[in-house]
Design a binder for this molecule. Structure first.
Ligand code: FAD
Length: 510
C-alpha cells in the first residue's frame, strides 16, 4: 500500500507533537515519525530502581493557573489535552560562591508585588527601577502579542504608535536596559539569575525576550506535570491519534524528496512516504546538510545554517536519595549556584570544563512530594557548556570525566547549601551532551538548539517568518523554530508552524 499524507512531521519532540496535533485537528492527513520508541524528545521520563526521573523540565513557563491562563494552558485547551499539574513553590534561590560583595544567598518569590518587595528588602532603594522594569515587561508582552498575531508582517506604524516602549528597548540587551533604568547593580544581578535558562550572558541576551519570560514567571508562576513531562508527551500522543493522525515510532526520516524545488515525499528506514509538506522538529543542519540533495538547498539557507551557533549543551546528574527532602534539609525547589552574578564571566566559564560548573539544581519533591516513595527524594543537577567540549573527550576518558564533573557538582551543592547528599545516594545517573545527542539527535547534544543572541533573537526570527519558507514545503517546529527553545516556546512553535503549513497549502491551491 502506498503511504500518502498531506504532512509528515519529523520528530516527536514538543514542537513535533503540537504541530502534528494541530495539523490533524485541522483536517490534514498527518504522519508523525519518531526515531525513538517514545514521544517527547527531551520531554520524557526514565526509571532507575524505585525512582522515575524527570530528564529535563525544571519549570514550565506560561501555563498559568486556571483563573489566569497563559498561552500554554490555552494551547492545551485548544488541543483538548488534559494532564495533572503541580505548581512550583518559589521563583528561585540563587547562591553565589565568590567572596566579597558578590556573595549572595537569596530566595525570590513569584508574584510581581512580592518580587519587588523582596528585592527592596535585599536591595534598599531598588523599588522605583523594579517598578519601571515591570511596566516595560508588560509593554513588551503587549507588543509581542501583536507581533505574534501578525505572522511575520508586523506594521511598523502600529509598532511606533501603540508599542513605543517596545521599540525603545526591544533591540537592546538585558544589561543595557537595566543600566538605563538605573537599577542598582545588586538588583540587576539578582534579577538576571534566570540567564542560564537561555545560556546567554546579559550583554548578548535580548531584553525583550528576557523581560517577557521573567514577567510570565512572576505573573503566572511555573508548573510541572505531576507525572514528569512524559505524562504530557503521552497525552499529546493519544490526542494526535484521536484526531486521526498516525504516529510511527522507531522510524527515522532519512531523506526529503524534492521535485522542481517542491517537497514530494520523505524516505524513512520504514519506507517511502508521499507528502507535499514537511514539518521538521529537528535541526536545519540535519535537514539541509543530510536529508536533502545539495542542489535543492538554496544558498541563503546554507549561509543561514552556517552563521548560526549552537546553544548550550546540557549535562545532568540525577540522584535518587534514600532520605526525604525534609530529613536532608532541602527546603527549596530551584537552586541556581554560580560563582558570581556577572553573567559574562559565568558564560565564559561555561566554555570549558571547570571544577565549579554553574548549576541549576532541582529537588523535585519540594514541588511534588509524591514523586518518589516515602522517605526518599529526587534531585537533578544541570549545567551547560557553551562550546562542544565533550566532542573532544575520547572514549578512554569519557567515563572518568563524567564522574568528575558529577562529583564536583554534588560537592559544590553540599558545601553551598550546607547539606549532606553523598551518603544517601541510592540511584545515580549522568547524562552528558553525548547522551543527549544520541537520544534526541540534536547536534553536539545542544539542549538550546541555536543560541538566541546577537542578531539571531526570537524577535528577528518572528519578523522574518516569510523567509523561513525558502524551501517550499518545509518548515521548522521545535527549538530551531522562530519562537526558540524551551518547553512553552517549542509547543507554540509547533502550533504556529502547523498553521503556517495550512496557510501554505491554501496558497498553493489557488
Ligand atoms: C536538562 C534540561 C533541562 C531543561 N529544562 C527546561 C526547563 O526547565 N524549562 C524549559 O522550558 N525548557 C527546558 N529545557 C529545554 C527543553 O527541554 C527543550 O527546549 C525542548 O524540550 C525541545 O523540544 P523540541 O521540540 O525542540 O524537540 P527535542 O526534544 O529536541 O526532540 C526532537 C525529537 O526529534 C526526533 N528526531 C530527530 N531527528 C529525527 C529523524 N531524522 N527522524 C525521526 N525522529 C527524529 C528525536 O528523536 C527527538 O525525539 C531543558 C532541556 C534540558 C536538556
Amino acid at each position: 500500500m502506498e503511504n500518502i499524507y498531506d504532512v509528515v512531521v519529523i520528530g516527536a519532540g514538543n514542537g513535533g507533537l503540537s504541530a502534528a496535533a494541530t495539523a490533524a485537528k485541522n483536517g490534514l492527513k498527518t504522519l508523525l515519525v519518531e526515531q525513538h520508541n517514545l514521544p517527547g524528545g527531551f520531554a520524557t521520563s526514565f526509571r532507575r530502581g524505585r525512582f522515575e526521573f524527570e530528564p529535563s523540565l525544571h519549570e514550565l513557563c506560561d501555563l498559568g493557573p486556571e483563573e489566569n491562563p497563559g498561552d500554554i494552558r490555552k494551547l492545551l485547551e485548544r488541543l483538548d489535552v488534559k494532564i495533572e499539574w503541580v505548581p512550583v513553590p518559589e521563583a528561585y534561590r540563587v547562591i553565589t560562591t565568590n567572596e566579597g560583595e558578590d556573595n549572595l544567598d537569596v530566595t525570590m518569590p513569584f508574584g510581581v508585588d512580592a518580587f519587588v518587595d523582596k528585592m527592596e528588602e535585599y536591595v534598599p532603594g531598588s523599588r522605583p527601577s523594579m517598578e519601571k522594569f515591570m511596566t516595560l515587561c508588560q509593554n513588551i508582552m503587549d507588543a509581542l502579542a501583536y507581533i505574534g498575531k501578525s505572522a511575520g508582517k508586523a506594521d511598523s506604524k502600529v509598532l511606533m504608535k501603540e508599542h513605543p516602549n517596545f521599540l525603545k528597548c526591544g533591540g537592546y540587551s538585558v544589561n543595557q536596559v537595566l543600566k538605563a533604568i538605573k537599577m542598582p547593580k545588586k538588583a540587576q544581578r539578582i534579577l538576571s539569575a534566570y540567564w542560564c535558562y537561555f545560556g546567554v550572558d546579559g550583554e548578548m541576551l535580548n531584553f525583550a525576550i528576557y523581560g517577557a519570560m521573567v514577567y510570565k514567571y512572576l505573573t503566572r508562576g511555573a508548573y510541572i506535570p505531576k507525572n514528569r513531562s512524559h505524562e504530557l508527551s503521552a497525552a499529546m500522543d493519544r490526542r494526535i491519534r484521536e484526531l486521526g493522525g498516525d504516529i510511527w515510532y522507531n522510524t527515522r526520516a532519512e531523506k526529503i524528496i524534492m521535485e522542481n524545488q517542491k517537497v514530494t515525499g520523505v524516505i524513512t528506514d520504514h519506507g517511502v512516504i508521499k507528502c507535499s509538506h514537511v514539518i521538521a522538529c529537528c535541526s536545519p543542519n540535519a535537514v539541509f546538510g543530510e536529508m536533502m540533495e545539495k542542489d535543492d538547498v538554496p544558498e541563503k539557507q546554507t549561509r543561514m545554517v552556517n552563521a548560526r551557533k549552537f546553544g548550550g549543551r546540557g549535562f545532568v546528574v540525577y540522584l535518587g536519595l534514600n532520605k526525604s527532602a525534609e530529613e536532608i534539609g532541602l527546603t527549596d525547589y530551584s537552586y541556581f549556584i554560580y560563582e558570581s552574578l556577572d553573567t559574562v564571566k559565568e558564560v565564559a566559564r561555561a566554555k570549558d570544563f571547570n571544577s565549579h560548573p554553574i548549576q541549576a539544581t532541582v529537588c523535585l519533591n519540594a514541588a511534588n512530594p509524591e514523586c518518589s516513595p516515602e522517605g526518599t527524594c529526587i534531585m537533578s543537577f544541570t549545567t551547560f557548556y557553551s562550546e562542544d567540549v565533550w566532542g573532544n573527550i575520547g572514549a578512554d576518558e569519557y567515563v572518568e570525566k563524567k564522574r568528575e564533573v558529577a562529583l564536583n557538582m554534588i560537592r559544590d551543592f553540599e558545601k553551598n547549601v550546607g547539606v549532606s547528599l553523598i551518603p544517601y545516594i541510592e540511584e545515580i545517573e549522568i547524562a552528558t551532551p553525548v547522551t543527549m545527542a544520541r537520544y534526541t539527535l540534536n547536534p553536539q547534544g545542544t539542549m538550546y538548539a541555536y543560541e538566541c543572541s546577537g542578531w539571531d533573537t526570537m524577535l528577528a526570527r518572528l519578523m522574518m517568518l516569510e523567509d523561513d519558507q525558502i524551501v517550499s514545503g518545509i518548515r521548522f517546529a521545535g527549538g530551531y523554530g522562530p519562537r526558540i527553545y524551551g518547553y512553552s516556546s517549542t509547543y507554540l512553535n509547533g502550533e504556529m508552524t502547523a498553521k503556517l503549513t495550512i496557510a501554505d497549502r491554501r496558497e498553493n491551491a489557488k
